[in-house]
Ligand binder design. Structure first.
Ligand code: ATP
Ligand code: MG
Length: 489
């Protein structure tokens, strides 16, 4: 399927839940929303966390800090001090459960949505305009998987109802359809029709689409109330039956139509593929694009979701690492949450193996393992399948390019680096001819590029893969860690 979903599907498997399944079990929600204890509260003295906010140090002088009682510190540093939390007890199954729930993709964040204010307000304004003027309209929301489209539009639906309530407008009816659940694409029209018709006409010869068209063409038959129709996973209609998609958007162009249509899909290139046709049919929707989350946004969202907890769970550096990796790979929030959950599980497994009573936090190392699991790429797999000496040559290449930020080296230089690795790991090095043959094999497999030269040692060598794939492949392997520690030449 030519959608972004198919292109990135494998990258978003961890902890993936159906986008429709975002209802939080009530009990879980209640537990998650328990109020946080503020550091300044009477029982704050029992908080023994050594994890002070890293920002404290940047404000004021050490003298001030040590002299200030807690209350005045709070006045001075506000949120920084309030961020202090007690230690968690990961051996407590209830606490562990709450942490995992807070990070679960199916959990609707109780504390509003961060990072999508602009997109939400554009959709909300569009809906308000339609309701106020009692006119139909269509809007298309697109963006990569896990960028908060479904979540945001669900929140907008709630906001529209609240706004109508507050302003005394008639609240539009609402209908949400997930296209993956349709047995036939045409079913979408019967679902919309059913929402307008309280009683089914037994003897109607017209198809549901024709009935809707007729209904919206005449003032007498037009429904009074507006209907907000949210059509999620619309990619299924784009790829399976474009006529249905055209007909669907066309429904908003009838003179007495009452449909406010919001389509959600991953296909960002719809504008090129599809909008011209809709434009010619006079039903070009307003387009709102959800861009992939940046590192800072991912970090903000995770922190926001963890605010419901009464304790710190992650080292800040671990969260930062996750946000950076996921933002660089896809900007998919589902993936980021999956990796964080997986890091908690790695931490939990380690805890079960040890008898240590000092619990600590989920660290950079736990996150590193979770990220390795999540981002295992075909390149990493191929590296792991190579013979040992070829792997050592790749390590020599990674050292060369990592340390000196060079883009190219020569076969002679690379050979020196390889020999140094062999010396330090006490593995007998192969001769120059064999080394050069190994490099040709690696070049044929696409790991590196070999230039031409009369003299073998002067041939240019360029790395064709990301050097981080090499370091990633050998994470946790002591022998290759040693290889990767060698200084370049
Ligand atoms: N701004 C946010 N704040 C909190 N959680 C978020 C946010 N954005 C995304 N998430 C989390 O990521 C999950 C995926 O978001 P959502 O289902 O809205 O993505 P989507 O863009 O609809 O993805 P898809 O294209 O795959 O349907 C949500 O269930 C939620 O847990
Ligand atoms: Mg979705």
């Amino acid at each position: 399927m030519p959608t972004l979903r198919s292109a990135t599907a494998s990258a978003s498997t961890a902890g993936t839940a159906s986008p429709t399944a975002i209802a939080t079990p009530r009990s879980a929600k209640r537990r998650l929303t328990s109020p946080r204890r503020a550091a300044g509260s009477p029982d704050a003295s029992q908080f023994t966390s050594p994890h002070k906010s890293p920002n404290v140090g940047i404000v004021g002088t050490p003298k001030l800090l040590s002299a200030s009682p807690r209350s005045s510190r709070k006045r001075l540093y506000g949120d920084f001090v309030a961020a202090e939390k007690p230690k968690w007890n990961p051996r407590d199954p209830a606490q562990m459960q709450v942490v995992k729930e807070a990070l679960h993709v199916a959990t609707v964040p109780s504390c509003g949505l961060v990072c999508r204010d602009d997109e939400q307000s554009r959709v909300l304004e569009f809906c308000k305009g339609c309701v106020e003027q009692e006119r139909a309209g269509s809007l298309y929301v697109c963006g990569c998987p896990g960028t908060g489209k479904t979540l945001s539009i669900n929140k907008v639906k709630e906001s529209v109802a609240r706004w109508a309530d507050e302003t005394g407008m008639e609240t539009p009816d609402a209908l949400s359809i997930n296209c993956t659940s349709l047995a036939k694409t045409h079913e979408i029209f019967s679902k919309i029709l059913a929402k307008f018709q309280t009683r089914k006409k037994a003897t109607c010869k017209l198809s549901p689409l024709q009935q809707l068209q007729t209904m919206f063409s005449h003032k007498e038959s037009a429904p009074r109330r507006m209907l907000l129709v949210v059509v999620d996973e619309m990619d299924y209609l784009i790829t399976r039956d474009r006529a249905v998609l055209h007909d669907l958007f066309m429904l908003t162009t009838y003179q007495f139509s009452r449909c406010i249509l919001i389509g959600i899909a991953n296909a960002i290139d719809l504008a090129d593929r599809f909008l011209p046709k809709l434009e010619s049919l006079n039903c070009k929707p307003l387009v709102v694009t959800f861009r992939a989350y940046s590192k800072d946004q991912i970090s903000d969202i995770i922190k926001h979701r963890l605010k419901v907890l009464e304790y710190d769970v992650f080292e800040p550096l671990a969260l930062e690492f996750c946000a950076r990796k996921v933002a660089a790979a896809s900007g998919d929030m589902r993936k980021a949450l999956g990796v964080c959950r997986s890091a908690v599980e790695v931490f939990e497994a380690r805890l079960q193996e040890s008898s240590d009573q000092e619990f600590g936090l989920v660290t950079f190392d736990h996150m590193d393992i979770a990220l390795s699991k999540a981002f295992k790429s075909p390149v990493v797999d191929s590296i792991l399948c190579l013979p040992q000496h070829q792997q050592m040559v790749l390590c020599a290449l990674a050292n060369t390019f990592h340390h000196c930020k060079k883009k190219a080296t020569t076969l002679g230089e690379l050979n020196k680096s390889y020999i140094e690795i062999c010396r330090s790991t006490q593995v007998p090095a192969v001769g120059m001819l064999e080394f050069s043959n190994m490099c040709m094999v690696l070049s044929d497999q696409g790991f590196m590029k070999l230039g031409q030269s009369k003299e073998d040692k002067l041939r240019r060598v360029m790395l064709q893969i990301d050097s981080s794939d090499i370091t990633f492949a050998f994470k946790g392997n002591r022998f290759f860690q040693k290889c990767l520690e060698q200084q370049k030449f």
